[in-house]
Design a protein around this ligand. Structure first.
Ligand code: HEC
Ligand code: HEC
Length: 377
């Protein structure tokens, strides 16, 4: 089903490219070169002018073979050029290998400028790791509609159901400015590196610097969240699962079913005027009140500064810093008493630079520390 759907997509897309080429179409099918000397894409076809009609819709008899009367079947070469994704079962995965250490080097050179050290992300670039992928995994139930329910960090390790997506995403999309520039071995190395910073295991073996990933080991990766998605649409039960899921209204919306008198209060009516229609019956209301804009009142003290300066290290355990929200880590920290903790944050301790290398005042630092400590209360 997926494959044939894609075929349709390719067919339709090609219609667009072939129609644009028609203005300069020659009179030979399968010509590989336009009159202006430009080459068509590999396997491309240009169409002759027949009865003064230049559109492929009228003259492409081959198209009837596939039933749409438009476009044509893509050539084998075209399909090969497009069909570069990697599927969970290993379809499309090339042979190759690379170690996490090699990946680290390539990462520093080609990825860290955007995704930050150790895949921490930030400044609009997605994080590639949030520490231990297994710990980051929580339930996905209701996570689309209810933000108050714990859901996994939406990063590769704890969220993505299949590692194959990572392989082809890096291969075909990254580095952002020059996609498809990486060799297969480099992609293996980068995937190994990504697994390492997510603290993942393959077949029970922790992926460390020396770990060499190849196509065989790759297929043994089991993503922590593979079975976390609801409803499970795969397999024979798939349709039934979807039905059962959506029949249970507690799975979506606000969790309560309502058919009648669901809203109490007065509706706020907004009317638009000036569109040239008059003489309404009943006449237009003159009321023009719009819903009152909500203003952000939850301006939590220290949060903004935390995100600007401290999150770089405290948002990931790659730096050895106690992670925001990690109860165990913060229990150890606060054991010493808050005065000592403030002092350590202000004066620095081990890998923790004084004031997190910021110029914030003592008061500000205490405020941020309070914010951090409050996240585990
Ligand atoms: C110039 C900036 C830039 C560079 C360099 C870069 N990326 Fe990205 N990367 C992005 C952006 C932007 C996105 C988000 C794209 C989107 O969502 O459409 C992204 C997304 C990703 C994702 C998907 C993350 C997710 O959870 O959705 C992965 C994986 C990734 N990049 C890996 C890499 C790797 C590996 C390299 C180095 C070979 C790299 N990137 C280099 C900008 C960059
Ligand atoms: C360059 C990375 C880095 C930055 C930036 C950073 N921290 Fe830290 N922080 C650490 C590390 C590493 C530790 C663990 C130090 C140790 O105990 O060995 C730490 C520990 C702490 C602790 C616990 C101290 C204790 O008594 O155990 C507090 C509190 C803290 N940081 C607050 C902050 C605040 C507030 C900021 C931002 C203003 C900040 N950090 C920015 C790396 C960082």
């Amino acid at each position: 089903m997926f494959k044939s759907y894609r075929k349709l997509f390719i067919t339709l897309s090609l219609v667009v490219s072939t129609t644009t080429s028609l203005a300069i179409a020659t009179d030979a099918i399968s010509s590989r070169t336009y009159e202006n000397g430009k080459k068509v894409i590999d396997g491309g076809v240009t169409y002759p002018v027949v009865h003064g009609k230049t559109a492929s819709y009228f003259i492409n008899e081959k198209a009837h073979m596939i039933g749409y009367s438009i476009g044509r079947k893509p050539t084998k070469n075209e399909i090969t050029a497009w069909d570069i994704d990697v599927m969970p079962d290993g379809t499309g995965l090339p042979k190759g290998s690379g170690t996490a250490e090699e990946g680290d080097e390539i990462y520093e050179a080609k990825c860290a400028s955007c995704h930050a050290d150790f895949g921490a992300g930030g400044a609009g670039y997605p994080a590639l790791a949030k520490g231990n992928a297994y710990e980051g995994f929580k339930t996905l139930k209701n996570q689309r509609t209810d933000s108050s329910i714990d859901s996994p960090s939406r990063v590769f390790g704890s969220y993505w159901p299949q590692a194959s997506t990572l392989w082809w995403y890096i291969k075909t999309g990254m580095p952002h400015p020059s996609p498809l520039s990486l060799k297969d071995d480099e992609v293996y190395a980068l995937v190994a590196y990504t697994l390492m910073i997510n603290e993942m295991k393959i077949d029970g073996v922790e992926v460390d610097e020396e770990y060499e990933l190849d196509e065989k080991k790759f297929l043994k990766i089991k993503m922590p969240n593979e079975d976390g998605f609801e409803p499970n649409i795969d397999g024979k039960q798939g349709v039934e699962n979807v039905r059962a899921y959506f029949n249970d209204f507690s799975n979506y919306g606000n969790g309560t079913r309502c058919m009648k008198n669901c809203f109490d209060g007065k509706p706020i009516i907004a009317r638009i005027q000036g569109v040239g229609i008059s003489n309404y019956d009943p006449p237009l209301s003159t009321e023009k009140s719009m819903p009152v804009a909500k203003t952000e009142t939850t301006d939590v003290k220290g949060k903004k500064e935390y995100e600007t300066v401290c999150a770089a290290c405290h948002g990931t355990d790659a730096m050895g810093a106690p992670i925001l929200g990690d109860k165990k880590a913060w229990a150890t920290v606060t054991q010493k008493g808050m005065d000592k903790v403030y002092q350590n944050a202000i004066n620095g301790i081990n890998g923790m630079p004084a004031r997190g290398a910021s110029t914030y005042s003592d008061e500000k630092i205490k405020e941020i520390v309070d914010y951090m400590v409050n996240q585990v209360k």
